[in-house]
Write a protein that binds this ligand. Structure first.
Ligand code: ADP
Length: 388
């Protein structure tokens, strides 16, 4: 999704692809295959680039240090990136910055976990500090008896991160971008809806958020970016906790264009993908104004429909204002395979905008018009089934 922004600015984007079937291979002209955990592959790949950046956070920090030492311009650098790679490092940094964390502890054994739960109250949330995504690596532990069943995790990785289970009213995301010279800009704080630990929907801006809470969240994200010397786009995921902390607690950091920022592609003057390129190249940042008073992003996961394109006639007819983004991934149940963005004309219409974006996503996922789509979509869908 960074490719269209690079093309528009006339930049050549080169992607180190994990395999021939990853989405990036079809999106950019130069996508050599290689293992991002292999230093030699990284060295070869980095030859001649103006800047090296990421669309995930799993490139080993020690390799990035080697690249830096040999003169490669790595943005964000490994000292910043570690806070998105390791949740224990991140929690300690948030404490150092005196920003609001949930109660947390580093736990090396089941006994440590039980002691933490007994102190803060059950249930608690147990997390693998590294390698988690989409809720994988997050486990709710309800009691000391359940804690005894977590030995399998400690056998694989120790220490782990234990957190108090936060009673939040909703989840929020504060998205910012920063250049190496320190210019930074924020997008408005958004409301994110997770289903089974996976981002399902984003509403931009977050509605009915107290103005001081939104301002404090934006300020916290910008401060984190400055203090940790983050470059490029960073998402700060937050739990809204009315009356506790600043009205929010910090969940985690992502240092790259993020799912909670996909709405910016069609709902904002500068998309997060363009902003990321501008930021890592130390260019002036773009405006972050919205293109309408309300924007909804709805993800679709792999479902019944294996042939996404077959659903396009119905999906696109159902909502001409919707912008569909398909990732070109093979369809597997529960895998994120695309999203829909839709700009609405008034915050009062948010429920309707959500319904319409959800309808388009649902048609593509299920390959048929659902009850909510109405007659027209069903007629189009029947037609499309006749077309190979
Ligand atoms: P990942 O790195 O997989 O995205 P997160 O740490 O963001 O993992 O957790 C995934 C989801 O689990 C969150 O979006 C939130 O819904 C829930 N969650 C995580 N930590 C807590 C917590 N301390 N209290 C309550 N819910 C939590």
């Amino acid at each position: 999704m960074m490719a269209p922004a690079a093309t528009a600015l006339g930049f050549e984007l080169r992607v180190l692809a994990e395999g021939p079937d990853v989405s990036a291979v079809s999106a950019v002209a130069q996508a050599p295959l290689g293992d991002y955990k292999d230093l030699e592959a990284l060295r070869e790949f980095a030859q001649g680039v103006d800047v090296l950046t990421f669309d995930h956070e799993h490139v080993p920090g020690e390799h990035l240090r080697e690249l830096l030492a040999s003169g490669v311009n790595v943005q964000p650098g490994p000292d910043a990136l570690i806070h998105a790679q390791d949740k224990l490092v991140m929690r300690a940094a948030i404490d150092r910055l005196d920003l609001p964390n949930p109660a947390w502890a580093e736990v090396a054994t089941v006994e440590d976990l039980v002691a933490f739960g007994d102190k803060t109250g059950w249930p608690v949330v147990l997390k693998t500090p590294r390698g988690g995504y989409d809720g994988k690596g997050v486990r709710i532990v309800s009691s000391p008896a359940e804690a005894a069943q977590t030995q399998d995790w400690f056998d694989v990785m120790s220490p782990l991160l234990a957190e108090a289970k936060v009673e939040f009213s909703r989840e929020l995301s504060a998205l910012v971008a920063r250049t190496p010279d320190g210019e930074a800009r924020a997008w408005p704080v958004v409301h994110t809806i997770q289903v089974d630990g996976v981002c399902d929907e984003v509403i931009a801006p977050a509605l009915h958020i107290p103005i001081e809470v939104a301002a404090a969240a934006e300020e916290a994200a910008l401060r984190i970016a400055h203090e940790l010397e983050v470059t490029g786009v960073m998402a700060v995921e937050l739990f809204e906790t009315p009356g506790v902390g600043y009205g929010f607690l910090i969940n985690e950091l992502a240092m790259r264009p993020h799912n909670t920022g996909h709405w910016t592609q069609d709902g904002c003057v500068t998309s997060q993908f363009e902003q990321h390129l501008r930021a890592v190249l130390n260019l002036p940042l773009g405006a972050t104004d919205l293109l309408g008073p309300i924007v909804v992003m709805k993800n679709f996961l792999g479902g019944a429909n294996q042939d996404l394109f077959s659903a396009f006639p119905a999906a696109l007819a159902a909502e001409p204002g919707a912008k569909v983004h398909c990732y070109g991934k093979s369809v597997r149940p529960g895998r994120k395979i695309g999203h829909v963005n839709l700009v609405g004309q008034s915050p009062d219409e948010v429920d309707d905008v959500r319904r319409r974006a959800g309808m388009v996503a649902g048609i593509i996922r299920d390959g048929r018009a659902t009850a909510a789509t109405g007659q027209d979509a069903q007629v189009h869908q029947q037609n499309s089934e006749e077309t190979p």
